[in-house]
Design a protein. Structure first.
Length: 601
């Protein structure tokens, strides 16, 4: 196994490694070969993983086989009791708890995370087959890689009876170079890790609920997917605003808690909410029942066979969990057979029993529970067919200034390209993705103008028997992404030997670039028509130059730019640039907070 040394920043830990094929090994996530530090008192640690947004990858599933923290005296503690298989591409708006453990008191200077790429599953957006993984030299990537995480400022101190929340962000956009034509992904992992982040994401925690109390709390034994090994426990508190989705029944507050308690101990659920690492508690905003005797699929409806008032077949792209067979598959195209009379449909804020399958339109994100028959999930049996409507994201650009509603030129629904969706239902168009009309009610839209990059969150309107003339999407929130981070992506094939234009600014000549795009607000990608300029804002960021197997890291944009110019002047060719920051249309300038340049050796 290869250990890659890494560099930390003063605000968060930057973890990066030029990956080569790792040596095989027999140890697993149980901490084989790890010395456990002896201590009278301990602190409490909650470990979660997440990802920054990317638009090129549908699935990036890999095994985390070990995660250990090391003290300054050399003693180390393994916190992962069992291999955790994680799809980082699904963890953009939430983090997922993979372990809850006790750490002996002391000063922890570093951690080690081991990834196993041998069974990794990666799919490029729009592809129906798994992509091949390669390292920076094009060699197949497999086996285990141990990544060393060095904490800033000498580490962090664990005190007795204190809590800590560790969040590890696998930045796919900075880590991967995608060749869609060859169905190949080059991996060079870049991680950002933080202890007790100032703005942690809401945590999604799966597990077994038990120990219900009169104060509306319960204990959650953390489990992942079909795992039999406990990953620690949390105390979950609920309140009047907590939403309980219980197998087709949606309840709030005490009524929902009582209904969950009635199902008894060891009920399989997923909770969502903020975790307090000090008390190892979670304040739940949502609790979802996972029927243990039914198969489960989750994803986006890409097609529907029949209009309203009829039994219909749905085509879903997403995740399939076959509980009986004990398997999980990703990015499947799954057929769902529904019954207007028997399939129960639930939605947050809607009284149970009032919705039918007519509420499930193309584009809607759902969770469905039934029984698989081959590749079809049967939802037609009484008491064994449930669908839950999930808040869905539309991403794109405002097609016109808002005027009582908002029209959006949709580029993506969820993380999937708009071209994947067939809005023709039984011969009736359910809308036009070039101009979806969103009802916005009293939402504030003053900052939005024509062309503004936006994310609209809500639900698709029910399926219609005639082409709609009004709103087809009911918005719960609208986010103006104009001032949010944008992604600049440049690629030259072959590598450019003179990619920087003359002058003091770092402007790139993209006339011969294979890829030259700006994804404004990470929701509205467009091809550049003129040369882009990269600039810094004078503050610290995360910048890297990869050349061969060497990855050089910088906190200063100015130092990164100087070194990049120096190496290109010395004869290196520029293959690739990716940068994240604020985009200014008028000057075609990206003020970068993160940037990676890849050079030829």
């Amino acid at each position: 196994m290869k250990t890659t040394s890494l560099l930390s920043s003063t605000f968060a830990v930057l973890v990066a490694g030029a990956l080569a094929a790792g040596c095989s090994g027999s140890s697993s996530g149980g901490g084989s070969g790890t010395t456990t530090a002896a201590a009278t008192d301990t602190g409490e640690l909650t470990l979660a993983v997440t990802d920054a947004a990317t638009d090129e990858i549908d699935v990036f599933e890999v095994d985390i086989v070990a995660f250990r923290f090391e003290r300054s005296d050399g003693a180390s503690v393994e916190v992962l009791p069992q291999t955790a298989r994680v799809d980082f591409a699904q963890l953009v708006s939430v983090s997922e708890v993979i372990a809850a453990a006790s750490l002996p008191v002391g000063n922890y200077t570093q951690a080690f995370m081991t990834l196993d790429f041998g069974g990794a599953m990666v799919r490029i957006n729009g592809s129906s087959t798994p992509a091949s993984l390669v390292d920076s030299k094009g060699a197949p990537l497999s086996g285990r890689q141990e990544l060393q995480i060095q904490f800033p400022n000498g580490g962090f101190a664990v005190g007795a009876r204190k809590g800590y929340f560790a969040e590890v962000d696998f930045d796919l956009d900075q880590s991967l170079m995608v060749d869609a034509g060859a169905n190949q992904v080059e991996v060079d992992s870049v991680f950002f890790a933080s202890i007790n982040p100032a703005q942690p994401k809401a945590a999604r925690v799966p597990g077994l609920a038990s120990g219900f109390t009169s104060s509306a709390t319960f204990s959650l034994d953390v489990r992942r997917r079909l795992g039999l090994v406990s990953r620690g426990s949390l105390t979950v508190s609920t309140g009047p605003a907590t939403v309980f989705n219980l197998g087709g029944q949606v309840l709030t507050g005490q009524a929902g808690f009582d209904a969950l308690q009635a199902k008894g101990d060891d009920t399989l659920i997923v909770t969502k909410g903020e975790v307090n690492p000090l008390s190892r508690t979670q304040t739940a905003t949502e609790v979802v029942l996972l029927p243990q005797d039914l198969d489960e699929v989750g994803g986006l409806v890409v097609a529907r066979s029949a209009g309203p008032g009829q039994d219909t077949t749905l085509t879903l792209r997403g995740v399939a969990v076959r509980r009986g067979a004990g398997s999980v598959t990703f990015n499947d195209t799954v057929t769902l057979q529904t019954s207007l009379a028997e399939t129960k449909v639930a939605k947050r804020g809607v009284q149970g029993g009032t919705l039918t399958t007519d509420a499930i339109n193309v584009g809607q994100r759902i969770l469905a529970y039934g029984r698989f028959s081959g590749s079809t999930l049967d939802l037609t049996q009484s008491g064994a067919g449930f669908v839950r409507l999930i808040v869905t994201d539309l991403q794109g650009a405002a097609a016109a200034p808002p005027n009582g509603s908002l029209t959006v030129d949709v580029t993506r629904i969820g993380r999937r390209s708009a071209t994947a969706f067939d809005l023709d239902v039984g011969g009736v168009a359910q809308g036009d993705l070039d101009g979806i009309v969103c009802s916005t009610g009293g939402l504030g839209l003053a900052s939005i103008t024509s062309g503004s990059p936006v994310v609209v969150r809500g639900f698709f309107a029910p399926v219609s028997s005639a082409t709609p003339t009004g709103a087809t999407f009911n918005a719960e929130s609208v986010v103006d992404r104009t001032d949010a981070a944008s992604l600049l992506r440049l690629r030259w094939v072959p590598a450019a030997t003179a990619p920087i234009q003359s002058g003091s600014a770092l402007a790139f000549d993209v006339s011969g670039a294979l890829v030259k795009s700006i994804d404004r607000g990470l929701v509205a990608p467009t091809t550049l028509s003129q040369s882009p300029t990269l600039a810094g804002d004078g503050t610290q960021g995360f910048f890297a130059i990869r050349q061969g197997f060497t990855l050089t890291l910088f906190n200063s944009f100015a130092n990164w730019e100087a070194e990049l110019r120096k190496r290109i002047d010395a004869g290196a060719g520029l293959r690739h640039v990716r940068a994240v920051g604020r985009w200014t249309d008028a000057s075609s300038t990206l003020t970068a907070k993160r940037a990676v340049a890849v050079l030829t050796p």
